[in-house]
Design a binder for this molecule. Structure first.
Ligand SMILES: [Zn+2]
Length: 658
């Protein structure tokens, strides 16, 4: 009876809540916060629209978002809690969340952001870039491309710097990937992700074939700290977003001083209600387009690396073969965003952006969507890059918090976005075409090293299905063909013709196919070679290349002469080598016919007479008196055994016993 009464009461409470008459279950769950104090709370949102509405309305108070469980972590006074509760939102005290430490000015010699050991400071980021240039001078340059607002005022502030990665020994006009990071100062994960991408590429140049060809044939430009003055503020634990221009009478970051650099870009600046004209607002666009020196540095660099491939009208598309890719790294939101942000109308290259966006999101598991779907923005980096130059342009909102904890950064955010950015580097040549095609995965050469002239097996998987389909479904096709190139990719003059790969199961009829080829190494030079593999789908779209290193060892034995002649009742077999690098010894066989069974004549290996590694040859003699018959012809076979255990059977000689 008691139980039934309780159940009825609960039903009644639920009905009241649903009717919206009593807004305050949230209130009841949160003990009142004393006047003048704030507390961390979880504000649960029922849907995406409310998530965005709360975020936009209360942005200065939102510290992170738990997308899985559907709540914002906010630090609020009782008055704000009441306002949110009035919307019918469920609100709970968050006793787990720790506020970012406010440390004040950073002491000298600080290493990493206090309490966030995974994120380097501005100075440490610059030092890391300088170290890359010092250690890999042929692969990296560190370019001064302007001044921060503070530096332009002098004293203090920073140079605006770009780390440019490419193998300068290989000349020519190369496809460009330009990445900016931390243009919003408090977004800790962004600069570190870009810095680590640079470190990954140069440190893997000699060991990872993809890093190698990306640096040989592409240019990767990274502005690791696009708002260094602001970042310096954010390193102290302030929720600083904008630059540090002194233009507001009060300061409660992200509101207060500064211009929102990502609303200050010239293209569609202030056009469409996607920014604020109020000086203290967190999305203040400034008094004129590109008023800020940081904005000018990014815009000028875009102008230097990208050529305009799009007509003057908003509706003019860039051609399918347009080249160049721009990515602005932000946090947070677990989103991959593309133009437009200023209008709900699709850009003329919307579908192509969507395809690459779904590919990016395959790797980082974020939600791919058009920027405007989040909320209207104008004067942004990626609308500017696409709008002016027609290059593919993205804003990636990584992770779930501005001050992202290091555990999730190290375990998920960095490794997954590294894959996204490596894929971006691969497709920068034709970002509107290549992402339509399949990926080349799991490249394997067996054995990975062979003597020159010995065949090896190259295998891979060609997969057309790797898209994030959480926001619509990307069309995919069966694999039609696969091919590989030796040493020189097809965009370089002098490339050899593509060599075909076959479906391992005999026919190309699936969206993911194992493929294989027998690689003929005859005539190759000694040392390292690189094989480039790609696949094509049934729509005719070629996907991105993946590459693998293989090693060609010197032929174990270079045979100068191999002959035999009768000598009395025996046969004299003699051979002479030109060199025997890596040779262990020989086996000698005899057969009566070319295809007949071979009798091994030596009991133990006939050892090499050449010291290991020396480039000499020797002469060897063997007297065969074993059961020879007069008038009969014999085949003698010589087999080299090298130090790695590979066997090389040389062409036989035929001789008749008189
Ligand atoms: Zn941002």
């Amino acid at each position: 009876m008691v139980a039934k009464k309780l159940f009825v009461m609960l039903l009644a409470a639920a009905a009241v809540l649903a009717s919206g008459l009593v807004p305050a279950l949230g209130q009841a769950a949160v003990p009142a916060i004393p006047i003048g104090e704030e507390a961390a709370v979880r504000v649960y949102y029922p849907d995406d629209a409310m998530r965005i509405a709360v975020y936009l309305g209360f942005e200065p108070f939102v510290y992170e978002t738990n997308y899985r469980e559907g709540y914002h972590v906010m630090v609020l006074a009782q008055a704000e809690i009441d306002r949110l509760a009035a919307l019918g939102l469920r609100i709970e005290r968050d006793t787990v969340w720790m506020p970012p430490p406010v440390t004040g000015p950073l002491p000298e010699g600080i290493t990493t952001i206090p309490s966030y050991p995974c994120y380097r400071t501005v100075e440490e980021t610059y030092a890391a870039a300088q170290a890359i240039v010092t250690n890999y001078p042929a692969l990296a340059g560190w370019l001064d491309v302007g001044d921060s607002w503070q530096k332009a005022q002098g004293p203090g502030g920073y140079d605006m710097m770009v780390l440019k990665l490419t193998n300068s020994a290989i000349p020519g006009d190369k496809p460009d990937l330009f990445i900016t990071a931390a243009i919003h100062a408090r977004e800790y994960t962004t600069a570190e992700t870009a810095t680590r991408l640079a470190e990954y590429l140069v440190s893997h140049y000699e060991t990872d074939a993809d890093a190698h060809w990306l640096l040989d044939y592409h240019e990767i430009h990274m502005m690791l700290q696009a708002n260094p003055d602001g970042r310096k503020k954010a390193e102290t634990g302030l929720s600083w977003r904008k630059n540090v221009r002194d233009n507001c009478w009060y300061s409660m970051p992200p509101n207060g001083d500064g211009i929102d650099l990502n609303r200050n870009f010239a293209f569609k600046w202030g056009c469409c209600g996607g920014s604020s004209g109020t000086a203290c607002s967190s999305t203040y666009r400034g008094t004129t387009a590109a008023s800020e020196p940081e904005t000018q540095a990014v815009q000028d660099y875009m102008a230097a690396v990208f050529t305009d491939q799009r007509g003057p009208l908003d509706t003019d598309p860039a051609p399918a073969a347009a080249t160049g890719l721009y990515i602005d790294l932000h946090s947070y939101g677990e989103l991959v965003l593309w133009p437009w942000g200023w209008t709900s109308t699709d850009s003329p290259n919307h579908t192509q952006h969507q395809t690459l966006g779904r590919k990016f999101a395959y790797f980082n598991n974020h939600t791919p969507q058009k920027s405007y779907q989040l909320y209207a923005t104008d004067g942004t980096t990626n609308d500017h890059a696409y709008g002016l130059y027609g290059v593919a342009a993205y804003c990636i909102e990584m992770g779930t918090a501005f001050f992202q904890d290091c555990a999730s950064f190290e375990s998920t955010i960095y490794p997954s976005n590294l894959q996204t950015l490596i894929y971006a580097a691969k497709v920068a040549r034709t970002p509107y075409e290549t992402p339509l095609g399949p990926d080349a995965l799991s490249l394997l050469a067996t054995p990975a090293g062979v003597p020159i002239g010995t065949p090896m097996t190259l295998s891979a998987t060609i997969d057309d299905t790797r898209y994030n389909n959480t926001n619509g479904t990307e069309p995919t096709q069966v694999i039609a063909t696969a091919e590989y190139y030796v040493d020189i990719p097809p965009w370089v003059g002098g490339a050899l013709a593509a060599l075909p790969m076959e479906a391992s199961d005999g026919s190309f009829d699936a969206k993911s196919e194992a493929v294989t080829a027998t690689v003929d190494t005859t005539g190759w030079s000694e040392g390292r070679h690189i094989l480039f593999v790609r696949g094509q789908d049934a729509n005719g779209d070629w996907g991105a290349f993946s590459a693998i290193f293989v090693n060609l060892e010197p032929t174990a034995v270079e045979l100068e002469r191999f002959e035999a002649w009768p000598e009395g009742s025996a046969m004299h077999v003699q051979w002479e080598t030109a060199q025997e690098i890596d040779n262990l010894g020989f086996n000698l066989y005899r057969s009566s016919t070319r295809s007949g069974p071979k009798v091994q004549l030596n009991g133990e290996l006939i050892p090499t007479r050449v010291p290991p590694g020396s480039p000499f040859g020797a002469v060897y003699d063997w007297i065969d008196g074993y059961r020879l018959r007069t008038g009969r012809a014999y085949f003698y076979w010589l087999e080299g055994v090298d130090l790695h255990g590979s066997l090389t059977l040389h062409e036989p000689v035929r001789v008749r016993m008189p």
